[in-house]
Write a new protein. Structure first.
Length: 255
């Protein structure tokens, strides 16, 4: 499949995915979801890829869903469009390797929902965040009503969802929505640096810790701890043994 909206670029073990639809501030449409599904299944799942970065081109990460595509939808069609986006974003959550959002500008509506589906978020100090759907008489459709409260708490989530207020990158960092802030010109350099740090770790361990953390989050605490214990043991077969031997022998592990 040839990509029209997404621009994938492999940088060593890091796959950088740039959303390139600047004329609409990278607004999300059905073609975007189709391309991202394909990319996650192929390029992001290729051997040797150990981290993915998603970013936007121009002054927006993603400024929202494509209103022009949505405006004439009937209620059932709109619900299906919501499910379509939720499915793709859940694929990010379920993808075995870490997916990082590098937020260069506006992350509004569906753009913030895309960022929240990623494993963590690095943002330029020029970035802006918000869920302004209520301004259009709508609610979010790509799981912001569920993910936002899990990231920033119920009160903060309801404040943002009901007011539609757009907040600064600093406010996003304060709320825990963003894990790291950078100057605009340093964003991709820092995102790639962090992705390479992840890529240098045990690849099986990184995939496993993402899966256990993601899956255990929705379990009762004792069951989640048992999941951790059982999975901990599975690493004492190959990679974990190599990592511990390398530590004792004062050398770099061979993954």
């Amino acid at each position: 499949m040839e990509y029209e909206i997404l621009q994938p670029q492999l940088d060593g073990a890091v796959l950088i995915v740039t959303i390139n639809r600047p004329e609409s501030l990278n607004a999300l449409n059905t073609k975007f979801f189709n391309e991202l599904d394909q990319l996650l299944a192929k390029e992001a799942s290729a051997p040797g890829v150990r981290a993915v970065i998603i970013t936007g081109i121009g002054k927006a990460f993603v400024a929202g869903a494509d209103i022009a595509e949505m405006v004439n939808k009937k209620p059932e069609e709109a619900s299906n469009f919501s499910r379509r986006g939720q499915k793709t974003f859940q694929t990010i959550v379920n993808h075995p390797i870490p997916v990082i959002a590098a937020i260069n500008g506006f992350a509004l509506g569906g753009g913030l929902e895309l960022a929240m589906a990623c494993d963590f978020r690095i943002a330029s100090t020029a970035a802006k965040f918000g869920q302004p759907e209520v301004n259009l008489g709508l609610i979010p459709g790509y799981a912001a009503t569920q993910r936002l409260s899990r990231l920033v708490g119920m009160g903060n989530a309801l404040y943002l969802l009901t007011t539609g207020e757009v907040i600064t990158a600093e406010d996003g960092f304060r709320l825990g929505l963003v894990q790291k802030l950078t100057e605009p010109e340093k964003l991709m350099e820092e995102a790639i640096r962090i992705a390479n740090v992840i890529a240098s770790k045990g690849p099986k361990a990184v995939k496993t810790v993402k899966a256990v953390t993601r899956n255990g989050y929705h379990m009762p605490f004792p069951l989640a701890c048992e999941l951790e214990a059982q999975t901990f043991g599975t690493l004492f077969e190959d990679e974990g043994i190599e990592g511990m031997k390398a530590f004792l022998e004062k050398r770099k592990p061979v993954w």
